[in-house]
Each structure stands twice: as structure tokens, then as C-alpha cells.
Ligand binder design. Structure first.
Ligand code: ZN
Length: 350
């Protein structure tokens, strides 16, 4: 086995203390407080045929089990067991204080500070990212502090919470700071995940659409931008099951997988990157498709290995199993590109 230093570009260690009490809905509050109750409700919903609801409750149970671990260090220890020794982890925090669910128990500054301490103790294995909700001046100031004072390695944004990726606080303050320091940004890019309270799906999708990044690329061509989740499983499913009518450019733009592939080709060697987190881990049967996509040089040079732990706690297959299947399917050279070389380039280390 060749020696590869894996960098997992997308994991989370935030805990219950960073998730507002009323997320995702006030009715969920008793479920989060009483995990046994949540399990009972989930089973009842599944029997009643309410699968989507049952899945939502299942997600809450996972949040409780891993999120209730109490300290970010304990969650990190769970991830580290799944990978070879020496694997590095880009850790992405969450700022959920402005999504309409009330304040989490711990403010963003405390979450950043704990992550900074974790990174300091990790001998370089934890690469901490700051996060921000640009609608809040306090959050913007805190993200600046994490980058300037704590020395964080990049920025995570989550437009589905209710802001565009070209929000003026990002465009005018934080992106220039990242460019100046040679640091990257990662943006949630799938139709799943957390949606700001009261936000319509159409609006949330418009904020998350890969093409919402075009004004950012235009204004900050030197910024390295990762579109997380490669568009997400709903669009991979549509691409695989329904396909796309030949020559229908609009349909390719509407499908976020096709849209990202087209953007990577159109901006070959440019500012856009994509990570395979969650999407490939939740649906291992996508692996052969990924292999074919990666045969395109422009796509291969901009794809990043990432898993989305601990969201992956809700899928049956372990990260270790998917990672090894990925390595076998792609072969050593391509696996090394997405898991070692590309992350180092994206992070600005090469
Ligand atoms: Zn994630």
C-alpha cells in the first residue's frame, strides 16, 4: 500500500451546545431532550409511512448521539478511528444563531475557541475553519478574529440559512481577507441540509445554486472556492435515473451535478473546486459515476476528498468502508489526487 497523507476536507465536530434548542422546529425540543422518546416517535412514523418525517427524526437522534458527546474533542476522536494514522481533518463549525431558531447554548466565539484548542493539541491534524453568518455584524467580527487572531485555515459558509454567497459582508470584508492570506472558502452546495426557518425551498435553492457563486468568482478570481457535496444526492439521483435531454443547456444548468461539471470545465484550473462529502458516502452506487467524471482532467484537478462526518452517522456504511471502496474504484493515482494533492493545493500549501 502506497503511503498517502489523506486530508479529509469536510468534517464537523460541533455539538448540541452549538445547535439552537428549537432547531429544526419548536416541536422537536422534547425529542432532543429525550432520545428514547425520539426513537419511539421515529419508529411510529416509519410504521405510519411517514418516511421523510421519520428520517428527520432519525437525524435528530444522530445529532443527539454524536452531538451530545459534549466536547468537540470526543467527536474528533470518533472520526479519527475511521482513517489511517496521520490523516488530517478540515473541521467546519456552524453558526446557527441567526436562522430563526433562537440562540444556541454556546456562542460562536466559544465554538471557535474550543476548535482552536483542539487544533493546537492535534499536532497539525486538525485544520480549523471559521464560519460566519454575514447578516450579523458580530458574526462577521468573530470570523475575522478566528482568521486573524486564531490563525484559522479558511472559511465555511452556509447560504441555505438565508443569505447569498455574494452578501456584501463577504464580498467587501471576508473574501478580501481570505485572498490576502491565501485561504480558501467552502460553501454548502446541495438541496439537503439545514434550511433557514421560514425560507421557501425555491429561495433556499436559489441561494445554494452553484451559479450563485459566479459573481464571487468575477469579483475575486484568486479566491479558491469549494462547492461542498458536489451538488448533492437529489441532483445525482436525477442525473442517473432521469438523465438529461441532449442539447438542453437549461436542463444542465438546473441539475447541480451537471452544472458543477460544466463550471469546472469552463473554468479549468480556476477558482472552483468541489468536494464529494456526504453525497458519495450516502450513496456508494455513485462511485462508478465519480470514476468516469474524474477521467476528465479539469474535473479531477478540482475534486476534493471529504466525508461530512458526523452527518454520515445516519448512513449504514462506515466511512472507513466507503473510503477504501473509493480508493479501490478510483485507483491509487486518482485517489491520491483527490485525497492528498488537491487538498494541499486548495488549502494553499502547495
Ligand atoms: Zn457538512
Amino acid at each position: 500500500m502506497a503511503d498517502i497523507r489523506i486530508t479529509n476536507c469536510h468534517v464537523h465536530t460541533f455539538t448540541d451546545a452549538h445547535v439552537p434548542e428549537f432547531f429544526p422546529h419548536p416541536a422537536a425540543w422534547p425529542l432532543r431532550r429525550v432520545p428514547g422518546l425520539a426513537r419511539g416517535v421515529r419508529v411510529a412514523l416509519a410504521f405510519a409511512g411517514q418516511e421523510r418525517l421519520a428520517e428527520a427524526v432519525e437525524r435528530l437522534i444522530r445529532f443527539r448521539q454524536t452531538g451530545a458527546a459534549g466536547a468537540q474533542a470526543r467527536i474528533l476522536a470518533e472520526i479519527a478511528r475511521q482513517y489511517p494514522q496521520g490523516t488530517r481533518f478540515v473541521v467546519l463549525p456552524m453558526d446557527m444563531a441567526h436562522g430563526g431558531w433562537g440562540a444556541p447554548a454556546q456562542a460562536l466565539a466559544a465554538q471557535h475557541d474550543e476548535l482552536a484548542a483542539l487544533a493546537a493539541e492535534s499536532a497539525g491534524l486538525v485544520l480549523p475553519f471559521a464560519t460566519v453568518d454575514p447578516r450579523s455584524a458580530d458574526s462577521v467580527a468573530e470570523a475575522r478574529r478566528a482568521i486573524e487572531t486564531l490563525g484559522f485555515r479558511g472559511l465555511k459558509i452556509y447560504p441555505r440559512l438565508g443569505f447569498p454567497p455574494d452578501h456584501e459582508a463577504l464580498m467587501g470584508t471576508l473574501y478580501p481577507l481570505l485572498v490576502e492570506r491565501g485561504l480558501p472558502v467552502l460553501s454548502h452546495c446541495s438541496r439537503g441540509g439545514v434550511t433557514g426557518r421560514g425560507l421557501s425551498v425555491r429561495r433556499a435553492d436559489a441561494l445554494t445554486d452553484p451559479r450563485a457563486m459566479l459573481p464571487v468568482i468575477e469579483a475575486h478570481p484568486a479566491l479558491r472556492i469549494c462547492l461542498a457535496h458536489f451538488g448533492g444526492q437529489r441532483d445525482w439521483d436525477a442525473y442517473i435515473r432521469e438523465g438529461l435531454a441532449p442539447g438542453d443547456a437549461e436542463a444542465r444548468r438546473r441539475n447541480w451535478l451537471a452544472s458543477i461539471l460544466d463550471l469546472l470545465r469552463a473554468h479549468e484550473g480556476g477558482p472552483l473546486w468541489a468536494d464529494i462529502s456526504y453525497t458519495l458516502f450516502a450513496r456508494p452506487h455513485y462511485l462508478p459515476f465519480l470514476k468516469v467524471f474524474l477521467e476528465d482532467e479539469a474535473v479531477c484537478a478540482r475534486t476534493l476528498f471529504g466525508s461530512d462526518f458526523y452527518m454520515t452517522r445516519q448512513v449504514e456504511t462506515s466511512e472507513r468502508e466507503i473510503s477504501v471502496r473509493l480508493r479501490q474504484t478510483l485507483g491509487e493515482d486518482t485517489f491520491r489526487a483527490i485525497a492528498e494533492t488537491n487538498p494541499e493545493r486548495w488549502l494553499g500549501e502547495r
